[in-house]
Design a protein around this ligand. Structure first.
Ligand code: 5GP
Ligand code: ZN
Length: 120
């Protein structure tokens, strides 16, 4: 997919700090970590958002969870715990329109949701 940042990272034309790679997946460190451990897990196939997932992607996204499990082990957070997050669309704050999971850990994580409300 042209002009997709994560497709470029997946094909290697933009460098990343890789944790794991195979022919279908890449795990790499987030450039702006929000926790001591913060990696992104992507399928190399371009799927823009969760809304664009098709039945034919079921096995791919199922296997992505095995990749996440192994990444958590490798990063040393499997036992201490971690959070897997997918942002989909504007209200979630999705910035890169190539489906990805954030794997966050290495500290006690805060509230699941922070509303950007009138109190902000
Ligand atoms: P989103 O908001 O789409 O769920 O998350 C996108 C994530 O990609 C953000 O956490 C952001 O820090 C990360 N990111 C954006 N550009 C780059 C980049 O060029 N390299 C890496 N490694 N991460 C990036
Ligand atoms: Zn892409």
């Amino acid at each position: 997919m042209e002009n997709c940042l994560f497709c470029k990272i997946a094909e290697g034309s933009i460098p990343s700090n890789k944790v794991y790679e195979d022919d279908r997946f890449l795990v790499f460190h987030d450039i702006e970590p929000a926790a001591p451990t913060h990696v992104l897990i992507i399928p190399k196939k371009h799927i823009a958002t969760m809304n664009d997932v098709e039945q034919e992607d079921a096995a791919l996204l199922g296997d992505l969870h095995l990749v996440a499990k192994e990444a958590a082990k490798k990063l040393g957070v499997a036992e201490s715990g971690y959070r897997l997050i997918n942002n989909c669309g504007p209200d979630s704050g999705q910035a890169v329109y190539h489906i990805h999971y954030h794997l966050l850990g290495g500290t006690k994580l805060g509230a699941l949701v922070q509303h950007s409300s009138s109190h902000a």
